[in-house]
Design a protein around this ligand. Structure first.
Ligand SMILES: C[S@@+](CC[C@H](N)C(=O)[O-])C[C@H]1O[C@@H](n2cnc3c(N)ncnc32)[C@H](O)[C@@H]1O
Length: 220
């Protein structure tokens, strides 16, 4: 977790140097532990992202909206947008990553991605309850409060909506990923997912798409 001091945009009008609290507001940013990204090409080299999305979305794809928690470089955002008829809402706390993703979507004329800077740990997604068909939680459940994210995914999904998860395996050596001791196992993910109310949680074999990862899907 990191704390920043953010200058109040109204400081020029109402703030003054005598009362510092008028000029600054304290803003908590709850970026998950060990969730920074390495260089983009290196990160992408670990995944056949198209293959991952095909396996987790199913051959029929998603017939409506998708929410992605922590989109990073958009490794999975663009394939998801190709496999969804609705909008992909992609959130990340890092302004640079969102800026890059927005520019790429514009350059490639992808019109069904809405990328937004957002701290979803502190503030949730801001999406309406039951408004989404698919929720993606990829390489993120090692953060401090995984249950909170799973509960938010449950809230925004409509009944029969699908949750998909991928994460670095901890049962084999991997060239990258968070510290092994904080990586959730498939069993741990299943327990969290079912405790949040999802049903039919099942592990998906991702060996041919990303050999260092496991996958899971569940139904709301
Ligand atoms: C390890 S990366 C995974 C990116 C992407 N899901 C993928 O697998 O390619 C985790 C991402 O979550 C973002 N993140 C971490 N904490 C967050 C928070 N509280 N709110 C929004 N994004 C967050 C990070 O900035 C980072 O881009």
């Amino acid at each position: 977790m990191r704390v920043i001091w953010k200058q109040d945009p109204k400081a020029g009008i109402f703030g003054n140097h005598i009362n510092r609290s008028c000029a600054y507001e304290r803003q908590w940013m709850t970026k998950g532990r060990e969730s920074g990204m390495p260089e983009e090409d290196y990160w992408n080299s670990f995944f056949d992202a198209e293959c991952v999305i095909r396996k987790l979305f199913g051959e029929e794809g998603c017939r409506d909206n998708v929410v992605e928690f922590g989109c990073g470089y958009g490794t999975f955002t663009f394939p998801a947008a190709r496999h969804a008829t609705g909008t992909v809402y992609a959130f990340d706390i890092e302004p640079d990553l969102i800026g890059r993703l927005q520019m790429r979507a514009k350059r490639e004329a992808v019109s069904n991605i809405v990328a937004e800077i957002r701290d979803f740990v502190a503030d949730g997604t801001g999406l309406g309850s039951g408004s989404q068909s698919h929720a993606m939680l990829y390489n993120l459940l090692h953060i401090e409060d995984p249950d909170g994210l799973i509960r938010e995914a449950y809230r925004v999904l409509h009944p029969n909506g699908r949750l998909s998860v991928i994460h670095w395996r901890s049962d084999i050596p991997t060239p990258r990923g968070p510290s092994p001791e904080i990586r959730p196992t498939p069993e741990q993910c299943k327990a969290w997912i079912e405790a949040s109310g999802f049903r039919d949680a099942q592990e998906i074999d991702l060996e041919e798409c990303c050999k260092y990862h496991f996958g899971m899907v569940a139904i709301r």
